[in-house]
Design a binder for this molecule. Sequence first.
Ligand SMILES: C[S@@+](CC[C@H](N)C(=O)[O-])C[C@H]1O[C@@H](n2cnc3c(N)ncnc32)[C@H](O)[C@@H]1O
Length: 230
Amino acid sequence: MYTILQKDNIVGHKKFLKQKNMKNNTNEESGYFDEMSKNWDQNSMRNQIALNAARTMHKYITLSKNSVMLDFGCGTGLVSFYFYPHLQRLEGVDSSKGMVDEFNKKAAAENFVNAGAKVFDLDRDQLTDNTYDVIVSSMVFHHIKDPQALLKHLYDSLKNGGSLAIADLDEEDGSFHPPEAEGVHHNGFSRNLVKTWFEESGYKNIQLSTVMQLEKESGKYSIFLCVGKK
Ligand SMILES: C[S@@+](CC[C@H](N)C(=O)[O-])C[C@H]1O[C@@H](n2cnc3c(N)ncnc32)[C@H](O)[C@@H]1O
């Protein structure tokens, strides 16, 4: 069953394009997401994807009151705030300062005292080893330059027995993002390839499932979830 989605993200994209023409942005990728962050939560497609991703992840990961979670490419927290009541601590990382500010504003408004995000570029910066019980991420993997290297990096930052849950697009023809979108390094992924990368990085008990299928004006797409354990 395909969920039909609205084209209500067009305002943010158009605004970004206008501003891009007005100033010479030196870091276009995070500039794009900085601009998008202001209206990120007002887009029904993103909310639906995030909610479906979080619900599907919840079927495959075990959480306790002692769990420390990392959400990478956390955006405004649409995915990981869902888990907050089940956690000891929630950390978000994102390369966009605009996204990080929105995440922290929402955490403060909800009085989520043990949740916080910081600016962090996963293509460049180093996470601490053996730190997280669970790492989640939704719709970020296709923005990562070297996803295979990142899987190894995340493996090191998990505690023994910890889980990684990644939701992202199945292989598509490149039409999912509008042409002006920045930092799209992959047109989705083959599930078999992702599974192989998980195996090669050391993950065990690898499980693949479908988060949702969706339809936009540009075509039909689906989103997978891949979960593995350290
Ligand atoms: C499509 S958004 C998804 C945001 C959020 N996970 C959600 O589901 O609403 C992709 C996010 O990944 C972040 N991102 C892209 N490349 C990144 C990198 N190299 N390191 C950290 N964050 C990155 C962007 O800033 C953006 O917030």
